[in-house]
Design a protein around this ligand. Structure first.
Ligand SMILES: *Cc1c(COP(=O)(O)O)cnc(C)c1O
Length: 414
């Protein structure tokens, strides 16, 4: 399956370019259809999706069971606001609690909103339960974190571009190196209310912390009465081979944020799920969202969680992820300096002297595989969890050809 450079027949790229904000740099492909692990462009070319919309499409594109729930619910009742109860919300919240082992769930729409909800909950818990002096609460975050794009969230990012020009930022965040338990211990003060951590840093380039890091963080948090909040917006819901990535270390967090795949690849659905005493900080009027928890999202979210369990997609991700990493390592390609990740959240580090990750992703696109570079040197491979071994073979062979095709770039650069 070889592809030539896509010609944009409809002028769609030009329109986006002319009328859109230039806050993304998409690959030059115009997608018009998706089904399972595949996407099609305007010319009818088929691509294997190895990106899954940053893990939002874990169940595959337009998964029929989920589309059916979406359509039926849209026809029955879609949006009510939380001014009223609906018959859909309770079962969704119950399932979220069952799957995470936590007590209560608060539905939102995007990952960033779930994280904002977490910030509010842990601060108020700090003041009302831990007894931190008003306005003094501190949240510890690792460098390299990614938790969304609101001003508060980019304010605790270590990424210069995420922050540049967007300040002033909210105080109350303390940064420590990721994976460094001694630094975490050193940073904890009586004002520390929570440690927010991604079990694997996705946007930072699929960074896996040293084994035992989360478990040690759990012990430190227990000792100092600090809430452990795992941001599982990207790593959660089977992606890394467990329902939650923190389960790899047998860690039970005090709260988690979920998003991305929670919407079944059809809608933005997110949630903050927490221990009862943390969630108890919210009383009517404290927090909310016009769309959060709407019956359409709740119905699709519940169906997505049921599908995750019914099809044992975590196990599938574990098995296929293992196979993907083995195949990538077996390539023994000199441009590949590292293959890392867990389950189907895999990062391939490309030697910068060989090619940029962007160039590799463009070449991959021409080979019929869609992926996305992160941080200049990492190609992210995170297909829908329903990907087959044969499709993984296809992706790895395409990567091999893509690396061969960027070789001239290396000779030019030399
Ligand atoms: C994507 C992501 C978010 C933000 O989600 P949005 O829906 O884009 O707001 C938060 N945390 C992590 C770990 C993410 O990967």
């Amino acid at each position: 399956m070889s592809h030539t450079t896509p010609v944009c027949a409809s002028g769609a790229i030009a329109l986006e370019d002319r009328y859109g904000a230039h806050n993304y740099h998409p690959l030059p492909v115009v997608l018009v259809r998706g089904e399972g692990v595949h996407l099609w462009d305007e010319q009818g070319r088929r691509y294997l999706d190895m990106m899954s919309a940053y893990s939002a499409v874990s169940f595959g594109h337009s998964r029929p069971e989920l589309v059916q729930v979406l359509v039926e619910q849209a026809q029955r009742l879609a949006i009510t606001s939380r001014a009223y109860h609906t018959d859909r919300l309770g079962p969704f919240l119950e399932k979220l609690c069952q799957l995470t082992g936590l007590d209560r769930a608060l539905p939102m729409n995007t990952g960033a909103e779930a994280v904002e909800t977490a910030i509010k909950a842990v601060r108020k818990w700090g003041y009302k339960v831990k007894g931190v002096a008003e306005g003094q609460a501190q949240i510890i975050v690792p460098a390299g974190n990614f938790a969304g794009r609101t001003t508060t969230i980019v304010g605790f990012s270590s990424e210069a571009q995420y922050r540049d020009g967007f300040g002033p930022f909210a105080p109350g965040f303390v940064q420590v190196p990721y994976g460094d338990i001694a630094a975490l211990e050193h940073a904890i003060t009586p004002q520390t209310v929570a440690f927010f951590v991604e079990p694997i840093q996705g946007e930072a380039g699929i960074i896996v912390p040293p084994a035992g890091y989360l478990r040690a963080a759990r012990e430190l948090c227990d000792r100092h009465r600090v809430l452990l909040v795992c941001d599982e917006v990207q790593t959660g819901l089977g992606r890394t081979g467990r329902i939650l990535a923190c389960h790899h270390e047998g860690v039970q967090p005090d709260a988690v944020t979920l998003g991305k795949a929670l919407g079944g690849g059809l809608l933005p659905v997110s949630a903050f799920v927490a221990r009862a005493d943390v969630m108890a900080q919210f009383t009517p009027g404290d927090h909310g969202s016009t769309f959060g928890g709407n019956p359409l999202s709740a119905a699709v979210g519940l169906a997505a969680l049921q599908l995750l369990e019914r099809e044992r997609l975590s196990e599938q991700a574990e098995r296929q992820g293992q196979y993907l990493r083995e195949r990538l390592l077996a390539l023994g390609h000199p441009a590949i300096t590292d293959v890392r990740g867990k389950g189907l959240l895999v990062g391939v580090e490309i030697d910068r002297r060989y090619a940029s990750a962007r160039a590799v992703c463009e070449a991959l696109m021409h080979e019929g595989v869609l992926s996305k570079d992160t941080h200049d040197t990492v190609v992210r491979l995170a297909p829908p969890l329903v990907v087959t071994a044969a499709q993984i073979d296809e992706a790895v062979e395409a990567l091999q050809r893509a690396l061969r095709s960027v070789e001239p770039e290396r000779r030019l650069a030399a």
